[in-house]
Write a protein of this length. Structure first.
Length: 291
């Protein structure tokens, strides 16, 4: 058997009828010894979907009741829905959504694609870590929005400064997570691969990268959230369009329904993009045991 086939066998699923530890299901303790809390039991997809729908319905009901009291001056769901239809009909909502989405995707994709090799370099080579880590830690303590005035002075008020601060937010989140994934790889797997005759490149490609993928995808999810938070703030300054710009404009006229429409759109877009990353994670990390 070739060394690479042996290395693949390290991460291969256990044969049918056995667990990852090599034990048969019959070796497990009896059910009475494995009692767990009802909240810890694995639920079916249908049950989870029903809980999701119930949670959303309860939130909308609470929103309606709070708006009906008139204490905080919050518009109700029906009023926000009507305003959202108006913005959608005149094309304003579609234009702003497309502008913000393009900025987030541009900064997020570039930041993530650059962060992954930099994180691998930091985690795999000590010299690379010594050179790069001080700069990463330095900029990580500075909020990307704090650099926005400097970026706008040096890059102007066009699209570039907005995309750059999103890139910085996504990059810093993903590079730290990738680095942590590399240094957290089980040394037993690396030593086993060396015993089987694998060189450094094979170990890196067959062991380190697969083992680090959950950390990378978690960093990308965090970077995506940071990107949306950053784009809204960046659009508050000299943006011709965008969801953040529209909220600032609505604030000047105390247009609460318009503000809430844009907030909801941002939340929905962020949720859908996060779910897409979760689907990718589930596909790439099928070998990982889940609870």
């Amino acid at each position: 058997m070739a060394p690479t086939d042996s290395i693949n066998a390290l991460a291969a699923p256990a044969p049918a009828g056995t667990t990852q530890s090599g034990k048969s299901p019959n070796d497990r303790p009896p059910a009475t010894a494995r009692k767990s809390s009802p909240l810890r039991r694995k639920l079916s997809r249908r049950t989870l979907l029903a809980i999701n729908i119930t949670s959303v319905a309860a939130g909308l009901l609470a929103w309606y009741l709070v708006a009906a009291t008139g204490i905080v001056g919050l518009p109700g769901p029906d009023e926000v829905l009507v305003r959202g239809g108006e913005l959608l009909a005149d094309g304003t909502l579609a234009e702003d959504t497309a502008a913000s989405l393009a900025r987030v995707l541009s900064g997020f994709l570039v930041g993530s694609l650059l962060a992954i090799p930099v994180g691998f370099l930091m985690g795999w080579y000590q010299v690379g870590r010594a050179i790069i880590e001080p700069w990463v830690q330095f900029f990580r303590t500075i909020p990307p929005l704090a650099l926005l005035p400097l970026v706008m002075v040096t890059m102007g008020i066009g699209e570039m400064p907005k995309i750059f601060v999103i890139f910085l937010a996504a990059f810093l989140s993903c590079v730290i997570s990738t680095y942590q994934g590399v240094v957290s790889v089980d040394k037993t797997l690396i030593n086993a691969a060396r015993v089987l005759g694998a060189n450094s490149m094979v170990i890196f490609g067959r062991v380190v990268i697969p083992a680090s993928s959950p950390f990378i995808l978690v960093g990308m999810r965090i970077g995506l959230g940071a990107g949306w938070a950053t784009v809204v703030a960046a659009e508050l300054i000299a943006a011709p369009n965008g969801l953040g710009m529209r909220m600032q404009q609505a604030q000047q006229f105390y247009d609460m329904p318009t503000i809430l429409v844009n907030v909801i759109v941002i939340g929905i877009l962020g949720l859908l993009m996060d779910r897409l990353l979760l689907m990718i994670e589930a596909h790439l990390t099928r070998w990982q045991e889940r609870r």
